[in-house]
Structures are given as structure tokens and as C-alpha cells.
Design a protein around this ligand. Structure first.
Ligand SMILES: Nc1nc2c(ncn2[C@@H]2O[C@H](COP(=O)(O)OP(=O)(O)OP(=O)(O)O)[C@@H](O)[C@H]2O)c(=O)[nH]1
Ligand SMILES: [Mg+2]
Length: 448
């Protein structure tokens, strides 16, 4: 996500960190580079200019000059300003009515239908009873597409094949929702290549009929600051309540995310980060800023992990790791929990420096290796898992056969595991040392 912007800012930060004193001259040089990076990420030029001015004013303030690590402070100022630029805090949905209506609007292919399903699923998880409404009467396959999405999301869909009047569909859907106790209607509307009069008229009529609590503009993040002019138009016509930024997993450069709030004043409420239904998250400016600045999204990762992994289990495992009591049995458990977290790529990408580390790596190979490891450990008896040193040649042959690998592969895995155990012990000591010293460099930035 925003890889190019990230790596440019990381470079500026590396230079800044080393600075003993912030002067007008060296701050200017660094900020020029930041501005360049923003512009190359397709951030609106006025937004970039104002951003730099705010950072400059604060960087040259009294407070900074007297501090011990001025470079770090400038980084923190940039971080905080970035958070502001992205909207400061997460803007949730205001769904007060019964039923509540959400209108999904946007250009062709921006991700309205997909996001309708994703949002429906999310709201369902929060205890609401969503109904997806097929309000795109132009593309023949649109209703079917929403029905497929609904099936995947295990949500009901209201569609009226053959109907040509969006308002009629909306009335029927409202009646259907009342009859079937659905408290949230999500209207998947038609897209256009460009916003035009007929589309606006239709959407306005639909809005006036269903009186939505939320009118969400779905925007393709890859379109950069072009997305911002689209947003301005839609906002003028419909008074949107927020945006969903999709395809942030793709080659989005950041321009849309960073300019939208400043230009339109409307918050980004959700982010689409993949084609799958669960690749969707509430948009958190703080975390996004950390991600852009290459500090990794540790908070997201922790949340993701907490959802999938039992916290107590995790703590118990960590304790074992630190004490060097980590067995193959624990390893197996770990491998299985990792599977619950999702594809390796999406996990590593969230870690600090993870995006950088991923470059040129083939993770599917790694995942295959994990699967093999799992099979090998599964072929062992509990006793063998706890004491791998009892694995003699006969046992090794049996295990290799049982898991469909060669004895050499099994030996390699066991050696790797032994190495890992060693490393964990060392890391345990290292961590203890670090915590005594008051945390790593990242904590400097997080402290406010
Ligand atoms: N990688 C990725 N792809 C996405 C995301 N959101 C949507 N897509 C893909 O984008 C394409 C278009 O999505 P749709 O949901 O059909 O878009 P739409 O706005 O309903 O399109 P129209 O109905 O034709 O206007 C599909 O192939 C989706 O799978 C996302 O967050 N990440
Ligand atoms: Mg659609």
C-alpha cells in the first residue's frame, strides 16, 4: 500500500533521524523532499503545500529546537499532520433509523457492488440485519452479481429482475425489509463512466425516497487525486456522508486518501483492501499514517490476531518461547493459528519494515513449506513432538513416509526448528533487555 510514497518518506526520515539540530536550511531540504514525495503520490498540490507549511511552522518552533532529538520530533510532527490530513479519527456510520438506509454511489467499477457485500457482512457481525438491494437496473448482470455477493456474505438480497424503475425497487425493498425484519438496507446503485445529469437525477430521487442515513461514495484509490474531483461532484449533487476507498491493496499511490478529506471535508469511513469479502476495514487515520510512514500497522495486526487467536494461548506461547520451552507441539499450534490469520503476505505487510522485507520474496513457497511442516509434525506422536531427540532413524523414516516427504526434508525441518528454538531463547533475552531500556525507537513516535 502506497509503497513508493512510503519508501521515499522512509529515506527522508533516515536523513532526519541523524540530524543533531534542526535549522531553517536542513528542515527546508527535508520538507522539500517530503513535498516532492507527496506530489509524486498524486496528492493535490494545494493540500501538499499547506501540509508542508504546517509541518515547517511547527518544526521551527521553540519546542523542537530545544529538544534532544530534533529529527525524531520532525518525524513525529509529520506523522501527526498526516493523521490530521487523513481525518484524525475513524468516522463510523450513523445508523439511527429503523430501518436504516445506506446508499452506495460511485463511478463504474469503483467497487460499489463488492463493497455493499463487504459492508453488509461487517454490519451483520456487529449485530445488525442487513438487506442488500439491487438498485442497478442498467447492467443486466448487475443484479446477478449482487446475488452472488449476497450468497457469499450469507445475506439476503432484494432484487427484481426485469424492473426498470429504481424507485419501485426501493419501495419494494423497504416493504420486504419490514416484512422480514431487516434493519439496514444497503442500496447498490448503478455506476457511470462519468457523473452525468440522468445519474444525478436518479440518485437524488432515490435519496429523497429512502432518506438514507448514510450516502457513501465508493472511490477507486488507484485513481489518485482524480478521485477527489469525482468526490467533489458527487458531494455537490448528493451531499455524501463519507467515502469508501477501494483497492488500497493495489497500486494506489496515496493521492486519493491524502487529499479527499482536505478538499471535500468528508471522511473516509472504510477501506477495501482486496477482492475478498473480509478484505475490508474501518478506516483509521492514525494507523494509515503509520503504515504510510513505514512503521507498520502494528495495531491492526494486533487486532487481527486477537480476532483469530485466543489471547491467553498467545501469551502462553510467547512465555514458552521466551523461556526456550517451545516444543514441536507448540509449533504446530502456532502454524495452525497463523493459518487463521490469513495469507502470510497480508500479515507480514502489516509489520514494521514488512513491506520492504517482502520485496522479491515468494511467500507462497513459504506457505507451502509451512503446510509440509504441519504434515510432518502431525505424523509424530505427542511424545515425539515434545522430545524430538528420541527421533531415531526408524522413527524418522516412519514420519517421512506418513507425511509424504523425504527423510532429508524432515531432517531439514528438525534442524530449522532447533535453530528457531535457539533464536527464540536469544530473542527472549534481547526483549527483556529492551524493555529495561524503555522500549525501541518506535515507542518514541507513539508517545505523545
Ligand atoms: N483488489 C481489489 N479489488 C476490488 C476491491 N473492491 C472491488 N474490487 C474489484 O473491482 C472490480 C469492480 O468491483 P464492483 O464491485 O463490481 O464495482 P461496481 O462499482 O459495482 O461496478 P459497476 O456496477 O460496474 O459500476 C471487481 O473485480 C472487484 O473484485 C478492493 O478493495 N481490492
Ligand atoms: Mg455494481
Amino acid at each position: 500500500m502506497f509503497d513508493s510514497l512510503s519508501s521515499k518518506l522512509e529515506k527522508v526520515f533516515r536523513d532526519l533521524r541523524g540530524l543533531g539540530k534542526i535549522s531553517e536550511a536542513n528542515a527546508s531540504a527535508a520538507l522539500r523532499e517530503v513535498r516532492q514525495a507527496l506530489l509524486e503520490a498524486d496528492v493535490n498540490f494545494k493540500v501538499a503545500r499547506d501540509f508542508i507549511e504546517r509541518v515547517r511552522a511547527q518544526s521551527l518552533g521553540q519546542e523542537v529546537i530545544q529538544s534532544i532529538q530534533p529529527g525524531q520530533q520532525v518525524i513525529k510532527i509529520i506523522h501527526d499532520e498526516l493523521v490530521q490530513l487523513l481525518g484524525a479519527t475513524n468516522a463510523g456510520l450513523q445508523l439511527s433509523g429503523n430501518p436504516s438506509c445506506v446508499l452506495m454511489v460511485g463511478l463504474h467499477g469503483s467497487g460499489k457492488t463488492t463493497s455493499s457485500g463487504k459492508l453488509g457482512r461487517l454490519l451483520h457481525k456487529q449485530g445488525r440485519t442487513p438487506l442488500l438491494v439491487a438498485a442497478d437496473v442498467y447492467r443486466p448482470a448487475a443484479m446477478e452479481q449482487l446475488q452472488t455477493v449476497g450468497k457469499q456474505a450469507a445475506l439476503p438480497v432484494y432484487a427484481h429482475p426485469g424492473a426498470t424503475d429504481v424507485l419501485q425497487i426501493a419501495r419494494e425493498a423497504l416493504a420486504f425489509a419490514r416484512a422480514h425484519n431487516r434493519n439496514t438496507l444497503i442500496f447498490d446503485t448503478a455506476g457511470r463512466l462519468q457523473i452525468d445529469e440522468p445519474l444525478v437525477r436518479e440518485l437524488v430521487a432515490l435519496r429523497d425516497l429512502v432518506k438514507p442515513q448514510e450516502t457513501l461514495l465508493v472511490l477507486d484509490a488507484a485513481t489518485g487525486q482524480e478521485a477527489v474531483s469525482v468526490a467533489t461532484h458527487f458531494d455537490q449533487a448528493l451531499n455524501i456522508t463519507g467515502a469508501i476507498l477501494t483497492k488500497l491493496d493495489g497500486d494506489a499511490r496515496g493521492g486519493a486518501a491524502l487529499s479527499l478529506r482536505a478538499v471535500t471535508g468528508k471522511p473516509i469511513k472504510f477501506a477495501g483492501v482486496g477482492e475478498k469479502l473480509d478484505e475490508f476495514e474501518p478506516f483509521h487515520p492514525e494507523r494509515m499514517a503509520s503504515r504510510i510512514l513505514g512503521m507498520g500497522d502494528v495495531v491492526s495486526l494486533v487486532e487481527k490476531a486477537a480476532a483469530a487467536v485466543d489471547l491467553e494461548d498467545a501469551q502462553r506461547l510467547e512465555e514458552k518461547m521466551r523461556k526456550g520451552q517451545f516444543t514441536l507441539e507448540d509449533f504446530l499450534e502456532q502454524l495452525r493459528q497463523m493459518k487463521k490469520l490469513g495469507p502470510l503476505e497480508s500479515i507480514v505487510g502489516l509489520l514494521p519494515g514488512g513491506a520492504e522485507a517482502l520485496k522479491g520474496q515468494d511467500l507462497s513457497k513459504q506457505e507451502k513449506e509451512f503446510r509440509h511442516m504441519e504434515a510432518m509434525i502431525c505424523s509424530m506422536t505427542p511424545q515425539e513432538r515434545r522430545n524430538p531427540h528420541i527421533l531415531n532413524a526408524r522413527r524418522r523414516q516412519r514420519i517421512a513416509k506418513g507425511s509424504g516427504v523425504t527423510v532429508t526434508e524432515l531432517n531439514t525441518m528438525l534442524n530449522k526448528f532447533a535453530g528457531m528454538q535457539q533464536m527464540m531463547k536469544k530473542m527472549g533475552k534481547f526483549q527483556k533487555m529492551l524493555s529495561r531500556m524503555g522500549g525501541g525507537p518506535a515507542s518514541l513516535l507513539r508517545r505523545r
